[in-house]
Write a protein that binds this ligand. Structure first.
Ligand SMILES: *[C@@H]1O[C@H](CO)[C@@H](O)[C@H](O)[C@H]1NC(C)=O
Ligand SMILES: *[C@@H]1O[C@H](CO)[C@@H](O)[C@H](O)[C@H]1NC(C)=O
Ligand SMILES: *[C@@H]1O[C@H](CO)[C@@H](O)[C@H](O)[C@H]1NC(C)=O
Ligand SMILES: *[C@@H]1O[C@H](CO)[C@@H](O)[C@H](O)[C@H]1NC(C)=O
Ligand SMILES: *[C@@H]1O[C@H](CO)[C@@H](O)[C@H](O)[C@H]1NC(C)=O
Ligand SMILES: *[C@@H]1O[C@H](CO)[C@@H](O)[C@H](O)[C@H]1NC(C)=O
Ligand SMILES: *[C@@H]1O[C@H](CO)[C@@H](O)[C@H](O)[C@H]1NC(C)=O
Length: 422
């Protein structure tokens, strides 16, 4: 932790308590000019890219045997908020050989939330350093490392504060949870309630008992920020880069974080853009998507064998096919539990189990493009203008009229093959 605790503590992440790519929007300088959004022409957006934390050193770890090093995969679901990452995460969570964690980097950000006086000084590199440090320890099954970031500090390695524990099967079943999850579902919120305190030492042992580790995060801005982890000889990192049409991301965020998107909703409902609409968040999302996809497609040596781009829309459209491709890339078999979960959760009617914001139970092929019925054309044009290059790069067609937008039988997802970098 050279990069370092002291520095990190002095600095502040103004996490909004929700999962925006908050890190990025605070430090990046954005200037976007979007002229003529009504016609969707002439727009540019520029953003200054930050540098990486190259002086970060890796924490000490006991070496494992060669076999373990060779076979054990460290899977990272690299995504952005509301891009379908909960859904993709489930494809790993359901696999009995995989230890899955949902957004553990939340804990790093949480530490900085309330010391907001020094917000302006927040250093992105330092935060990234802490994120990488935590990932690296979690891939090594050291869940006790999380205690550094937990408030209140766990006693006897037990905590009730583990973020979204219920999203992780391994933490809700024996031996970590003494209760047996009788049927497929113990609803997520019931896990934390019924299983009581989480013993992090026990969780670490459960992690070691599984063959692979998968972690989902929306808190790292760009693929290039992962370079040090890909180059760590102790890790066998496999990055699944999940992308989604930014117009769909925006619609989903508006439906989920209603307070934060109040002015957007007014704009959507009235057709008049209020003063408070913040365009920088969506343009930052697009820039990050674009830069990361660019890094991936330029095939740098450090990503060889470690990178696969997945478009959410394709996953939603044919989850069995895409899941098979992802597992093939990882060199793992699709477990029958995974298939079962897909069957139960993508062919359902529109009655999700409970009203949870992050539920993944839905008719996925119907929802991937349903944002087209949910956003005003003006907003769509604005995003198309801000994100033109990103849309183009990822194979999403622009809607050129309101009729075109609403006609969902005419997909805006172009067929395009993104091969894994082998
Ligand atoms: C969007 O990008 C494409 C490809 O880069 C370009 O051909 C087109 O003119 C751009 N459109 C707008 C509205 O900027
Ligand atoms: C941050 O402060 C607010 C009130 O000021 C409090 O309700 C919240 O629990 C605090 N969060 C953390 C993580 O300490
Ligand atoms: C947590 O689990 C470890 C390993 O099984 C055990 O030794 C320890 O006593 C447990 N801690 C508590 C407080 O129960
Ligand atoms: C559409 O908008 C409503 C109202 O804001 C929201 O509840 C819903 O989640 C949105 N649906 C989609 C598919 O974005
Ligand atoms: C799911 O949505 C697709 C596309 O709209 C539709 O064809 C299919 O009938 C739906 N399935 C269910 C079970 O509702
Ligand atoms: C946008 O407005 C339309 C039409 O008024 C409405 O149906 C939809 O739910 C709104 N979308 C959001 C995300 O609020
Ligand atoms: C929607 O698009 C389809 C395919 O391009 C076309 O055949 C159909 O006429 C369109 N529907 C409307 C209402 O424009």
């Amino acid at each position: 932790m050279e990069c370092s605790w002291k520095t990190v503590l002095l600095l502040v992440c103004a996490s909004l308590g929700i999962q925006y790519t908050a890190i990025r929007s605070l430090t990046a300088t954005i200037s976007s000019h979007c002229h003529g959004t009504e016609t969707g022409t002439h727009c540019h957006s520029h953003q200054q890219g930050p540098s990486s934390c190259s002086e970060m050193s890796q924490p000490h770890r006991e070496p494992r045997s060669d076999d373990q090093v060779r076979d054990r995969k460290h899977i990272l679901i690299f995504a952005t908020t509301r891009s379908g990452s909960s859904f993709l995460g489930q494809l790993f969570n359901q696999h009995p050989g995989i230890f899955y964690l949902f957004e553990p980097l939340y804990h790093v950000q949480q530490v900085f939330v309330n010391s907001s006086r020094m917000r302006k000084l927040m250093d992105r590199r330092a935060l990234l350093g802490a994120h990488r440090d935590l990932l690296s320890n979690l891939y090594d099954c050291d869940l006790n490392f999380l205690e550094n970031y937990m408030k209140p500090m766990p006693r006897d390695h037990e905590t009730a504060m583990f973020f979204r524990r219920g999203a992780s099967n391994a933490l809700c079943t024996p031996p970590v949870c003494r209760l047996n999850r009788d049927s497929k579902v113990m609803m997520e919120h019931l896990c934390a309630k019924r299983c009581r305190f989480l013993n992090l030492t026990l969780a670490s042992l459960a992690c070691q008992a599984r063959s692979h580790v998968a972690i989902k995060t929306v808190r790292i801005p760009e693929i290039k920020d992962l370079r040090l982890l890909t180059e760590d000889p102790r890790l066998n990192l496999k990055i699944i880069h999940l992308v989604r049409d930014p117009r769909g991301i925006l619609a989903s965020r508006m439906g989920t974080f209603t307070d934060h998107f109040r002015s957007w909703k007014i704009w959507n409902a009235t057709g008049r853009k209020p003063g408070g609409v913040d365009l920088s968040q969506i343009s930052t999302t697009c820039k990050d998507l674009s830069n990361s996809a660019q890094t991936g497609s330029s095939k740098p040596a450090w990503l060889k064998g470690k990178y696969m781009l997945v478009r959410y829309e394709e996953l939603a459209k044919d989850p069995f096919k895409k899941t098979a491709e992802i597992y093939h890339f990882l060199g793992l078999d699709v477990d029958s539990q995974v298939k079962k979960w897909i069957l139960q959760n993508t062919r359902g009617t529109s009655s999700p189990a409970g009203n949870h914001k992050y539920t993944t139970t839905r008719n996925s092929s119907a929802t991937a493009e349903s944002w087209r019925l949910n956003l005003s054309f003006q907003i769509v044009q604005t995003v198309q203008c801000l994100c033109n290059e990103t849309l183009f790069q990822l194979g999403y067609r622009l809607a050129d009229s309101v009729t075109d937008l609403r006609n969902v039988s005419n997909s805006l997802v172009e067929s395009r093959t993104f091969l894994p970098f082998l």
